[in-house]
Design a protein around this ligand. Sequence first.
Ligand code: UN1
Length: 520
Amino acid sequence: MRDVLASLGLADVNPGGFDGEWFGSGPVLEVTSPIRGERIGAVRQVTRGEYDRIVDRAAQAFHSWRMTPAPQRGEVVRRLGDALRAKKKALGALVTLEMGKIAAEGEGEVQEMIDICDFACGLSRQLYGLTMHSERPRHRMYEQWHPLGVVGIISAFNFPVAVWAWNSALAAVCGDATIWKPAPKTPLTAVASIRIAEAVCRESGVDPAIFSLAMGTVEDVGEPMLADRRIPLISATGSCRLGYRVAEVVGKRLGRSILELGGNNAIIVTSYADLDLATRAIVFGAVGTAGQRCTSTRRVIVHRSIEKELTRRLIAAYRSVRIGDPRAADTLMGPLVGPDSLRVMQAAIAELRHQGGEVRYGGEPLTGPEYAGGAYVTPCIASARNDMQVVQQETFAPILYLIPYGGAARPADHDTLVREMHEAIGIQNDVPQGLSSAIFTHHVVEAEEFLAHSGSDCGIANVNIGTSGAEIGGAFGGEKETGGGRESGSDAWRQYMRRQTNTLNWGFALPLAQGIRFDV
Ligand code: UN1
């Protein structure tokens, strides 16, 4: 542990504010590891006054950064990607230590950071605007994308560093400065990431305040950030409750927000599914990261003809999941992030039973000496109905609800096949959230029904791939209570810039649009 911290430049107590300098004179936040409950270190958070200073400095940094040519900004982000490559093992290990995900997933998260840096570097030469044909003679119309300003990034504990990178790498090539408010459970990975970014900026002769950090309380940083007119865009990842608050406060000042909130992700398994693939995808989606991804698989909507067989396979696979210290090479499931998560999970299981659901496997806390100090639990499989209150909500824990659809046999004709597919899609869409979804089938009609306008209503819809583990190249986010925002790939970059439409008259007359005559 000491080696990991030292190689990332972390001390025992670390300042939680950075705007080119490190500081923090607010309350000290002790950080414990979910693995054994042992103390890792501490962060001294920033005060309200220090928060103000960070915003001012970030705004200053923005003013020169926006005039740096975009490909040069891309070069800095490319170097950030290289620095992350060099620190991948150490930063991944710190993610594991601070958040509890297994080593492979900790390193995978750093890989997401590297990938988005590569993507953003290429993007820095492709911040394209359209040109339009003007209706007026000797006029030219086009649009430009200008840097937006200071972007506030609020991230969650479950992807403590990747979500910052999705936002800040794009924001940086777009010419923005960012201020990061990390989750209170994972401030050390944030300090480590900003230290890496700082070193890159210094070597590149760039103001390091473009990657600022403001670790502080909700009162000192969170709320002021939402209401702050110096911050035109807030990108927030977390619960729907957080999202409602962000939308309210940012909306009130007509600021912009990118919201990436809760999911209630389902996999539909049809009678034409490859059950081997489906089982593996479901287990990774439901058990991976101990069910604490926003993309985690929470519901399986299974055709009645294969329900028994799929349940049998899932239970067999769950039995073989190795649960324990996430640093051990063969562990597949580490602890929940803390005792509160365990309580929430237990309450959900009790509620499920109360509402008539049935636990088919797991859901028990693990208490042996090898689990001491951590919130370890066996992942849970339960039979449920989609309209149960507990199924409608996102419980951030490894509980998987099995919900049957269709008839007892594979559909005998096309009408039945389509009708049953609509039933499954109806169940899948009948939740308040709309992040990720998947279908397992080798029947092209089922797959296309699922992807049609009348199909899945989620931001992500996959065929023969699970709900979690998206690549950075696509736009990431979802509809309904998931918040509607899109981060990461595709054209998500546009939200970090302001669009300007330009019409240029190179003639000597002043014709008006729409043919209007207004002669003076
Ligand atoms: C999240 O849980 O907030 O698709 C992000 C995935 C990851 C990102 C998850 N690439 O599961």
